[in-house]
Design a protein around this ligand. Structure first.
Ligand code: NIG
Ligand code: FE
Length: 411
């Protein structure tokens, strides 16, 4: 098997926190004075570092001067290398687009959950091959922007056949498949939401669960009530699926409390939180996943990441790439907006987009550059991760390694 050494890394963000006291004083692995800030220390930064990749995994991490030999040596030329982004929330299997809806919104119309139904019609009309090709295209975009782990939700099928098809196609490209049959009530069940929930927890769940790792529900006015959501999530959990929830996107509600009650891995959006929601999240294992692309693309107020972080909650950032509320696949964009408008430091935002995403997927093998983890790394054409927020909109991704396989990004 071939080994690859990435060496001469000016700044290696490992996400393996090193207590300042344990940091060796020697020049090859030092942490600068600014690096002792808590949010930065959590990034476990090494300078003049190297990483050895073997068989798709990280085999060694340390000072470049101590690095073992390898079959292939890659010179990072003093640049910054970070863990590949973990995008823990996307809806990238769908047909059509909603650029007209976006245009109308930018001339004053309000976002509503109802737009989802127009994507449902276009998705049902698309062939397997069309959907596959589209999804692979988005995954390519994501990889070129440094993302190496992607969660994909169903939710634009909303019938037994269509939802089963979406989870099956998603499972072809990622292990992080989420069954979101309860995205909205489809038109043919208008006025009969509980009957639709019967279908979701019955035949639909039975058919989709074998292809999925997670179950999700849109718990929001205009989508599903907290009672319906509880029914759906507990049915999924009973079949062994992990729980995730869309909640408090359009207004305050009971979805966050429900997520914590059910020990959900993540509750996503969290734009309108009560003090009780924040306290519940802080005292739980449920990650608050914030989706800056949504508020950007719907012209809504941003979620307050600072309030969550100060309370002690774990925060992740994800793209929520979908044709309605957030048609961006770019984690660097999300990092930049989170820093500019959501009260996060560059270090907190980077952690949230990598280790935070991994926590939201309850994964320990991604999101950190540590021995035994998957060799998922992103090299920046900059000497510091801070540039991700400092240089918004600039293509800063150089080479991306996924499972040890390198892709050089053309710019
Ligand atoms: O996460 N909030 C619910 N679902 C998506 C929106 C999907 C759509 O508008 O098509 C979201 O924002
Ligand atoms: Fe979503």
């Amino acid at each position: 098997m071939t080994t690859e050494l990435i060496t001469n890394i000016g700044q290696l963000v490992t996400n393996v926190a090193t207590p300042a006291a344990d940091v060796p004083a020697d020049a090859s692995a030092h942490v600068s004075e600014a690096d002792t800030r808590q949010d930065v220390a959590r990034l476990g930064i090494l300078h003049d570092a190297a990483v050895l990749i073997e068989d798709g995994l990280i085999a060694w991490v340390g000072a470049a001067g101590d690095a073992p030999s390898a079959d292939l040596v890659t010179d990072a030329q003093g640049s910054s290398v970070i863990p590949g982004f973990v995008d823990s929330h996307s809806h990238i299997i769908f047909g059509g687009d909603r650029s007209a809806e976006f245009e109308a919104r930018m001339s004053g119309q309000k976002y509503s959950a109802g737009g989802i139904r127009s994507t449902v019609a276009a998705t049902r009309d698309a062939s397997d091959e069309e959907l596959r090709e589209r999804t692979r295209g988005f995954l390519g975009e994501m990889l070129a922007q440094g993302t190496t782990t992607v969660e994909i939700k169903s939710g634009y099928g909303l019938s037994l056949e269509a939802e089963t098809r979406l989870v099956r196609l998603a499972a072809e490209v990622t292990p992080e498949v989420t069954f979101l049959g309860a995205h909205v009530v489809p038109t043919e069940f208008a006025g009969r939401a509980d009957e639709y929930v019967d279908l979701v927890v019955g035949e639909m769940l039975a058919a989709c669960a074998p292809h999925a790792r997670w179950i999700d529900v849109f718990c929001e006015t205009g989508a599903f009530t907290v009672e319906q959501s509880r029914r759906i999530l507990t049915a999924g959990a009973a079949l062994g699926l992990g729980v995730r929830v869309h909640a408090s996107q359009l207004g305050p509600g009971e979805g966050v409390a429900l997520a914590v009650e059910l020990d959900a891995a993540s509750v996503d959006h969290c734009t309108f939180l009560t003090d009780d929601d924040v306290a519940a999240l802080a005292g739980s294992n449920t990650v608050a996943t914030l989706l800056p692309g949504v508020e950007f693309s719907t012209r809504q107020p941003y979620p307050d990441a600072r309030r969550l972080l100060d309370a002690g909650a774990t925060v992740a950032l994800a793209s929520d790439c979908n044709p309605g509320s957030s048609f961006t696949s770019s984690m660097p964009f999300c990092v930049a907006v989170a820093v500019r408008d959501m009260g996060m430091t560059p270090a907190e935002a980077l952690w949230a987009a990598t280790a935070g995403g991994a926590a939201a997927l309850r994964r320990t093998d991604v999101g950190a550059i540590a021995v035994g983890n998957r060799a998922d790394l992103t090299q920046l054409s900059a000497d510091s991760y801070v540039h991700l927020a400092y240089r918004p909109g600039v293509p800063l991704i150089d080479t991306v390694w996924k499972d040890g396989v390198a892709t050089a990004v053309a710019r």
